[in-house]
Design a protein around this ligand. Structure first.
Ligand code: NAP
Length: 262
């Protein structure tokens, strides 16, 4: 089951999961508002969506720029589905996480999500319900990292936990206004983000499959969309262990690398 949303806005559509989501939503009759910072890669993604028959409106905009995001989202016209996907990732590399990296990940993964979702919710509240009876849906791309405070990626885990909890909690009240929120929690997905990981990634899946599962879960109205099941269960068990036991397990695993270029 996959929904066929007419007006879709996706951040971080120039690469990886965002691009796969855009292509999966592309069809004749669909209007796609796509963003990223890299204009050439964004245009390439837009062309791939146009080839599937969609009308595409690509915009180069940084999700950390609240004013520009407000202008873009509020000016997009009707929005049936907004996906706050843009995100960055880096770890400690086994050392202290750089301060600048911590701030940048919070800015992008938390403030950037708010800069997308808040104007979207405001715009949706003012638009009439669609054929499905909803004013609109906002999906936030969190991660299975939301469920584990992994010592190798403190900031990444914290930011993903923040947006996962925010979306799930807000869904309860916003659905009374006809707006749904979805917390998307993927495991490892084959994208440029994970291509840098030097460690083994269990149940690594292609971005197309992750996009399919994401859109299928949204169409089914699930608030939390977590996949694949074995990694989800592993993350939940790890997350529930006593902190010392979890630290001991993670001390035997390689940490995600710190990256000054994120
Ligand atoms: N890959 C995984 O295993 C995995 C697992 C769970 C969750 N996720 C989440 O899925 C999302 C997409 O990740 P991905 O794996 O597809 O990574 P990716 O290939 O590196 O793509 C990240 C996207 O985010 C955009 N982006 C980053 N910072 C931005 C900013 N400040 N403003 C606007 N756009 C920005 C990038 O666009 P530009 O480069 O054009 O700026 C790019 O399109 C992220 O939120 C990530 O945390 C990924």
């Amino acid at each position: 089951m996959q929904g066929a949303w007419a007006n879709v806005l996706i951040t971080g559509a120039s690469s990886g999961l965002g691009r796969a989501l855009a292509e999966a939503c592309a069809r004749p009759g669909a209007v796609l508002h796509l963003s990223g910072r890299d204009g050439a890669r964004l245009e390439d993604a837009a062309d791939a969506c146009r080839a599937r028959g969609a009308e595409v409106r690509p915009v180069v905009v940084d999700v950390c720029d609240a004013t520009a995001m407000d202008r873009w989202v509020a000016g997009a016209g009707r929005l049936d589905l907004v996906i706050a996907n843009a995100g960055i990732s880096a770890g400690t590399g086994g050392n202290t996480e750089p301060v600048e990296q911590t701030r940048r990940i919070f800015d992008t993964n938390v403030t950037g999500v708010l800069n997308t979702a808040l104007p979207a919710i405001e715009a949706m509240a003012a638009q009439p319900p669609g054929a499905d009876g909803l004013r609109g849906r906002v999906a936030v791309i969190a991660s299975l990292a939301a469920f584990v405070a992994a010592p190798g990626a403190p900031t990444y885990c914290a930011t993903k936990a923040a947006v996962q909890r925010w979306a799930e909690a807000l869904d309860a009240s916003e659905r009374r206004r006809g707006i749904r929120l979805h917390a998307i929690c993927p495991g490892y997905v084959r994208t440029p983000m994970t291509a840098r990981n030097a460690f083994k990634m269990p149940f690594l899946m292609d971005a197309d499959e992750a996009a399919r599962r994401t859109l299928d879960g949204i169409a089914r109205g699930r608030t939390r969309i977590a996949y694949p099941l074995p990694t989800y269960l592993g993350a939940r068990v790890l997350g529930m262990l006593p902190i010392a036991a979890r630290a001991w397990i993670f001390s035997r695993m390689p940490a995600k690398q710190a990256d000054g270029t994120i």
